[in-house]
Design a binder for this molecule. Structure first.
Ligand code: BGC
Length: 767
């Protein structure tokens, strides 16, 4: 009731029906701030709550206001011309309700590829164009701020949200996020870069204390956010749920004000993650400007703190002003008349095309691209039921998902559908059986990523017929994951039935001299070492969005040569990852050990010690020379490339590296070049090498060459010296390694750098 009065009053006020009071659209922010009462100010920094919820009955952000199914709205103050603005998820596309009560129209959004696929493109221009298409849907469906991108580091393969994050490397994560933000914000809508920071696990995410050294924070966990802030100027940032060294991130002035604003120069707004933190007054004092989705308790906490003097009105005003600035730049204040008709058809093409560049060819003994293939046998439940993306707030309500079966048929293949009905029935019954095991009183149940069904193993007779009738077999293995849940150790391995299916199909087809291709429709890293030698090719398709089956088919048939490369390492064993020592593996089964290698047996999900420091991903595997299944930066192509004429120059401000890449194969293709740096001897422990820049060629015809120029600031040669609390570049000779992957360095060059030091605040310390 209160809300609807406010909203209709807001409409009147925006239409200019009141006079006297300053109006946000026309007056300065300072004037509006001055005209606000204390009560209005406190309301204004708190969101409007969730649909039918007092904060205890809903799980994923959802409001019925203005744009049903959006995650939240801001508090309107009609007398001052302040409308309610709409905040909606991401990051694989806009998440709103697809249908509305008493409304025959539909509000489907495009499900674009997941974050990990976008980062696997290593193509910032392409990511920007995907962001631009997403931003158009945000704008045309009436949202103002898109709660994306998400760029937490892939610290461990089992983090349930890795699918929406980008990489184990901060440069890949930061550059990808920056491109995405630039693209979305071209539409005059905002982004909320999340989750700031250290949100690297889902287990006990709202209570977990991440214990991290300042060096690892600065070099690994904050670096990507720093790049995004400096290169793309996001409208907003979302703080994370967890604590850092004892303090909730949303209550950490060190993080949100000292580092983010004072050091990096961030000018926008910080909002909490939904219900994040435990003290609203501390959040405001820290500079966490807006609390979402908003609760009555938060209002009381802030009012009490103002009364007892632990929070001043001046401190509150800082946040109120930033909230006013955000609303002032929103489409709502400008009175934008959204159409509810984004160009879904054009965006289907964007998602289909962009997915092609992020798929990673892991193995190929010459079977791909498919030649002389007409009749195709498809196996694996996921071939019939493709996974477009992950679950939770990152889900997108799309109109359809193209399966591999349909993708192949669309391309004109004769797909053997003899087992289709059996598969579909089996998938449905396994899904239903799983749903029946869920506790209806557990709110999280609805978001549980439904496990892939047990695989059907064809009988000998069925296999004989299949081999006889088909030229090739394609098996898809899928994985689903999502917000709230970390993956289990079992999820990392192929299941028994998946292995049995692979064994049976490869044996049968190979006996007849026919080939088998495996497609991985997964959101994160899985074990491949024990089986990747069995099929003739393995294509890592990721979760490629709603056009998934068409995109996979385009790669299989060679419409485009694969050019994606891994933004993370595929370890041979889960326990090879340094962070496995300190990650809540299978915490739900109560077998979590704070230090698994020493097997101290302490069950504790309240804290996670990032004991590996900066040695995350390839930095760890390289340091200890640990063999891996596929190294960071790896990916095959249908063609091959030669690198030549490497050169590097340091003018004191910028490093400029050039290298010439030539397509020496038979088909056209693009190549990603990765520029790693090896530092000279230093008093600090340094990684063997670190990625500093990367680039992708245009599509090179056979025989064609291109010289790529890669640049980065010389200051980025620095490591963070904790003792001095400063970024330090050591004087000396630096090696620049031009790699086709982190373990395939094609050529090198050297350049000198002078010593330099940039002081940083002594904050975020371990306690
Ligand atoms: C997620 C955020 C999301 C928010 C709003 C939270 O549960 O962690 O990523 O933006 O909900 O839906």
């Amino acid at each position: 009731m209160k809300k609807s009065i406010l909203i209709s009053a807001a409409v009147l006020a925006l239409a200019g029906c009141q006079s006297g009071d300053p109006q946000l659209g026309k007056s300065s922010v300072d004037k509006v701030l001055k005209a606000m009462t204390l009560e209005e100010k406190v309301h204004f920094v708190i969101g409007m709550g969730m649909a039918g919820s007092d904060g205890t009955t809903a799980v994923v952000g959802s409001t019925e206001d203005i744009v049903p199914g959006a995650a939240g709205t801001t508090y309107p103050i009609p007398r001052l011309g302040i409308p309610s603005i709409v905040l909606a998820d991401g990051p694989a596309g806009l998440r709103i309700n697809p249908t509305r009560e008493n409304d025959p129209n539909t509000y489907y959004c495009t499900h674009f590829p997941i974050g990990t696929l976008l980062s696997s493109t290593w193509n910032q221009e392409l990511v920007e164009s995907v962001g631009e298409a997403m931003g158009q849907e945000v704008h045309e469906y009436g949202a103002d701020v898109y709660l994306a991108p998400a760029l937490n580091i892939h610290r461990h393969p089992l983090n349930g949200r890795n699918f929406e994050y980008y990489s184990e490397d901060p440069v890949v994560a930061g550059k990808t996020a920056a491109a995405y933000v630039r693209g979305v914000q071209k539409n005059d809508v905002g982004t909320s870069v999340k989750h700031f920071a250290y949100n690297n696990q889902e287990t006990n995410r709202t209570g977990n204390n991440a214990i991290i050294s300042p060096r690892a924070q600065r070099e690994i966990y904050l670096k990507g956010f720093e790049i995004t802030v400096k290169e793309a100027d996001p409208w907003t940032i979302m703080s994370s749920y967890n604590k850092i060294n004892g303090t909730y991130t949303s209550q950490s002035r060190d993080l949100i004000t000292t580092v983010l604003r004072d050091e990096w120069g961030f000018k926008g707004l910080v909002m909490t993650d939904w219900y994040g933190g435990d003290n609203a007054a501390e959040q405001i004092a820290a500079g966490n400007d807006m609390l979402q989705p908003g609760t009555v308790l938060q209002y009381q906490q802030i009012m009490e703190a103002l009364k007892d003097g632990s929070l001043t009105e001046a401190q509150l005003d800082v946040c109120v002003k930033r909230c006013l600035e955000l609303v002032k730049r929103s489409p709502k204040v400008k009175g934008y008349q959204y159409s509810n008709k984004p160009d879904l058809q054009a965006h289907a093409t964007v998602t289909r095309q962009s997915a092609l560049e992020g798929m990673v060819l892991l193995e190929n003994n010459g079977v791909l691209p498919l030649k002389d293939v007409k009749n195709v046998a498809v196996y694996g439940c996921t071939s019939f039921d493709f996974v477009a993306g992950g679950t939770g707030s990152g889900n997108v309500n799309r109109a359809y998902t193209v399966s591999l079966l349909d993708g192949l048929k669309n391309a004109g293949f004769n797909v053997d559908e003899s087992a289709k009905e059996t598969y579909l029935k089996h998938i449905e019954s396994e899904k239903a059986a799983f749903q029946a095991t869920l506790d209806p009183n557990n709110m999280l149940s609805a978001f549980y990523p439904v496990p892939r069904p047990t695989e059907l193993i064809p009988s000998a007779k069925e296999l004989i017929a299949s081999v006889k009738n088909n030229d090739i077999a394609i098996i898809t293995f899928g994985r689903n994951s999502g917000e709230f849940f970390d993956r289990s150790a079992a999820d990392f391995e192929l299941s028994k039935s998946e292995k049995a299916l692979l064994t049976a199909v490869t044996a049968a087809f190979h006996t007849a001299g026919k080939k088998v291709v495996v497609v991985l429709n997964v959101g994160g890293v899985i074990e491949t070492h024990s089986w990747s030698w069995m099929p003739d090719a393995v294509l890592l398709a990721w979760q490629a969005g709603q056009e998934g089956g068409n995109s996979v088919t385009d790669i299989l048939t060679g419409v485009e040569s694969p050019s994606g490369k891994l933004p993370m390492t595929f370890p041979m064993n889960l326990m090879d990852a340094a962070s496995s020592d300190n990650f809540p593996i299978d915490a739900t089964k109560d077998v979590y050990f704070i230090n698994r290698r020493e097997n101290t047996g302490v069950k504790d999900i309240d804290q996670t010690d990032y004991a590996e420091g900066i040695y995350v991903g390839y930095r760890w595997f390289d340091k200890h020379n640990i063999p891996v299944s596929y190294p960071f930066g790896y990916g095959l192509s249908y063609t091959s490339f030669e690198y030549s004429e490497p050169a590097v120059q340091n003018n004191g401000k910028t490093i400029t590296a050039t290298v010439t890449v030539k397509n020496v194969g038979e088909v056209a293709g693009k190549e990603v070049v990765e520029l790693y740096v090896s530092a000279p001897e230093s008093s600090l422990d340094k990684p063997v090498k670190e990625l500093k820049a990367y680039g992708k060629t245009k599509k090179l015809a056979p025989g064609e060459s291109q010289t790529l120029t890669l640049t980065f600031p010389t200051a980025e040669l620095a490591s963070f010296d904790e003792e001095a609390s400063a970024w330090k570049v050591d004087a000396g000779t630096y090696q620049f390694l031009f790699g086709a992957s982190s373990r395939d360095i094609r050529c090198t060059a050297e350049a000198e750098a002078a010593a330099s030091e940039v002081p940083a605040h002594r904050v975020l310390l371990k306690q």
